[in-house]
Ligand binder design. Sequence first.
Ligand code: RB5
Length: 148
Amino acid sequence: MLVLGSDHGGFLLKQEIKKHLEERGIAFSDVGCFDENSVDYPDIAKAACDKIVSGECELGILICGTGIGISMAANKVKGIRAACCSDCFSAKFTRLHNNANVLCFGGRVVGPGLACMMVDAFLDAEFEGGRHQRRVDKILALEENFGK
Ligand code: RB5
């Protein structure tokens, strides 16, 4: 299961992503927002990341105006590796090499065509492991030990 979330800056693009996922037959859970009224992106990031950390969802897609704020918030959650992308190469390789579990982008940055292609690139790629596992493990160690 995939979790989707956006603030007001990403709401309209999220609607396009939902249509695209429905066409592909991919199940998703939308944690909001549900209209264009202003909300705070960290609240949406938390709601979505909760579902990933609990194991209810494996991957997430988060959208705010730029993709930046919501990715920053998501990356504060232990176990989350969120990548803010605006091209398909990065969206694919952040799965292959970084084992990213959340793709973020900006509703005021990318159009629906590119956004759907990035979603496909992200969802259709799998972590390669190997030497990349060692590097991801070092990210996990930073998360565990930084400042201790
Ligand atoms: C909201 O206006 C905007 O700041 C937000 O969507 C996002 O772009 C923050 O990074």
